[in-house]
Design a protein around this ligand. Structure first.
Ligand code: PEP
Ligand code: MN
Length: 358
């Protein structure tokens, strides 16, 4: 499958200039909240108004969206403000209702992208209607699953496509609600350079104060735009209150973002250098995360051995690990001394940790 330059044309047709700004509440709550938010957003750089009509909630009992009665509110937004409107569809019935109410762009939520049966059902419901579809990444960091969803839509004749990076669920992340995996989005861009790539910093951050920073990173990585949850009274939002911002704050953020200009070859060099450095920084951060996890496991092993009164140093196992890593390193073009040095250091630290557990 090849996404061609012409598959981006819908951005021009819909006059979505760079960076695209999709904003609006996590959920449509009342007609008044929807319209008030939209009128305030109209005064910002927002090109597309978003609102969730059907909400996929982790546990039952939460607010699951207003449902079909909210769709005419979106039509009103379009009529009164001229903004395009978008909502999430999670099954074929949603598609049918969204089409009936002339929603301009549809998006596929993270919990839907994980399920090829549902993606296929939605793709089939959309056959013959070439509406733009934005596919959020699946909850888990699985690039083929993400691409697979895009491919299902493409195969169904939906040629106006885009993807949204909304971060990936992790068991324990201190800083993010859903951890961004910049390299996955970079890989995706490598495979489909013409596929519009949008960042959803709201679901990545899960809070308000880091949205600008994460959005800047995306711009530096050539993202095409943003989807940002915005509410007239964020603290009182019926869903995702902690991460929603006011239209006024959204305006500040879009003003503060440094949008890179078309540039000379020297600037091109600086830009590439900055991109590579950012990738290096991300890998280094991952190395620290991995080391933290590895040491955590050493600690658990230490506890087990302590309980069973087993010696900490298991020489045969250690010799075996070291040799395996040297061989693997060799296969991957890494110098033997280098790999040896690193694993010896890791081993020493691991033994230290095991000594200190009780
Ligand atoms: C949303 O955009 O409100 C939403 C539910 O997003 P996600 O599918 O990324 O969790
Ligand atoms: Mn939300």
């Amino acid at each position: 499958m090849e996404i061609k330059q012409e598959n981006r044309k819908w951005l021009d047709d819909m006059q979505l200039s760079h960076p695209i700004v999709i904003a609006g509440p996590c959920s449509a709550e009342t007609e008044e909240q929807v319209l008030k938010t939209a009128h305030q957003l109209k005064e910002t750089d927002t090109n597309v108004f978003r609102a969730g009509i059907w909400k996929p909630r982790t546990r039952p009992g939460g607010f699951e969206g207003v449902g079909e009665i909210g769709l005419p509110w979106l039509q009103k937004v379009k009529k009164e403000t001229g903004m395009l409107v978008t909502t999430e569809v999670g099954n074929a019935t949603h598609v049918e209702m969204a089409l009936k109410h002339d929603i301009d762009i549809l998006w596929i939520g993270a919990r839907t992208t994980v399920n090829p049966f549902v993606v296929q059902e939605i793709a089939e419901a959309l056959k013959g209607v070439d509406k733009p579809v934005l596919v959020k990444n699946p909850v888990n960091p699985d690039l083929p699953l993400w691409l697979g969803a895009v491919e299902r839509f493409y195969a169904s004749g939906i040629t106006q496509l885009g993807v949204i990076h909304r971060g990936f669920s992790t068991y324990n992340s201190l800083h993010y609600r859903n951890k961004p995996k910049w390299h996955i989005a970079i890989e995706l861009k490598k495979e489909f350079p013409n596929l519009p790539l949008i960042l959803d910093p709201s679901h990545i951050c899960g809070r308000r104060d880091t949205i600008l920073d994460v959005s800047q990173t995306a711009l530096d990585l050539n993202y095409d735009g943003f989807m940002i949850e915005t509410h007239i009274d964020p603290d009182k939002a019926w869903s995702d209150a902690k991460q929603q911002i006011t239209p006024a704050r959204l305006d500040e953020i879009t003003q503060d973002l440094r949008i890179r200009q078309e540039s000379s070859s020297k600037e091109e060099f600086q830009r590439n250098l900055a991109l590579f450095r950012r990738e290096l920084d991300l890998i280094d951060n991952n190395l620290i995360d991995l080391l933290k996890d590895r040491m955590g496991i050493s600690e658990e092993i230490g506890r087990l051995k302590h309980k069973e009164n087993v010696a900490i140093l298991q020489s045969a196992r250690w010799a075996d690990i070291l040799q395996k890593m040297i061989d693997l390193g060799n296969k991957n073009g890494l110098n033997k001394e280098f790999v040896e040095k690193i694993f010896k250091a890791i081993h020493v630290e691991s033994i230290n940790i095991q000594h200190h557990v009780k």
